[in-house]
Design a binder for this molecule. Sequence first.
Ligand SMILES: O=c1[nH]c(=O)c2[nH]c(=O)[nH]c2[nH]1
Length: 298
Amino acid sequence: MNDNIILGINQYGKAEVRVVKVTRDSARHEIDDLNVTSQLRGDFRAVHEEGDNAHCLPTDTQKNTVYAFARDGIRSPEDFLLRLGRHFTGNYEVVSGGHWSAEQYQWQRIPVNGEGHDHAFVRSGQETRTACVTIDGDQTWVVAGLTDLVVMKSTGSEFHGFMEDRYTTLKGATDRILATAVTARWRYNRLDLDFNEVYGNVKRLLLETFADTHSLALQQTLYAMGKRVLEAHPEIDELKFSMPNKHHFTVDLSPFGLDNPNEVFFAADRPYGLIEASVLRESSSPAGKAWENVTGFC
Ligand SMILES: O=c1[nH]c(=O)c2[nH]c(=O)[nH]c2[nH]1
């Protein structure tokens, strides 16, 4: 039996580099707030097998590069990560690829006398924007997305006509609350994009579709959201969604002599339904390694 031990797949870098860039060219400042992870791939056998660091670019250096590059501005998370990825793969023979990902926190100007303040901001916690760049040799993939876009509809949602067996107790609903926290990622087929503009538009389409789809199942709403984005954005080939069905149960108020015409609910935190799917063009380009470092989806 050949029981040689060999090094398998590996990557390394600095995780969760928190960088805040203030653009202060004028009295009206801009804030970019990112959490960046850099992961290099390549020939790192020597450091693993021998502890030979000659071809190991320290994770500390990767962190410093994030801060140094931020000095020139962030533009968009995608552009910033592409710059990092191209820098590491372009300058070091041993680095053949890697993953660069970011979460972006959003800040809004604090309104004072009806005007957004020049340099005072409040975290606008609607959702966290995400970006992930993967490079392998001369191929590059960009996946954008968002997490925790919490939405709710107080009507316009039904769920009935489902399969039933001896364990089914759920009653069909013709008017229920639909609530979820949308986590979505989408894969671009081009890189020459205004990533900020596309992001804003995709978020708007996701919200509009959630709002204006009369839902017969969260699965149907999810699919409609993906379809709407793909129809409007030829530069996107595929979206992946992970959406918890945040159940709201009507409370029985009859012990108190009260009726409950769908007005008082118990918002359960667990368990929750978990609805996940990918929506894509049949003609889409191969996903390649686009999803390699993107976790949390089916
Ligand atoms: O939109 C829904 N999809 C389901 O698959 C499901 N299952 C369930 O119990 N409630 C719901 N709601």
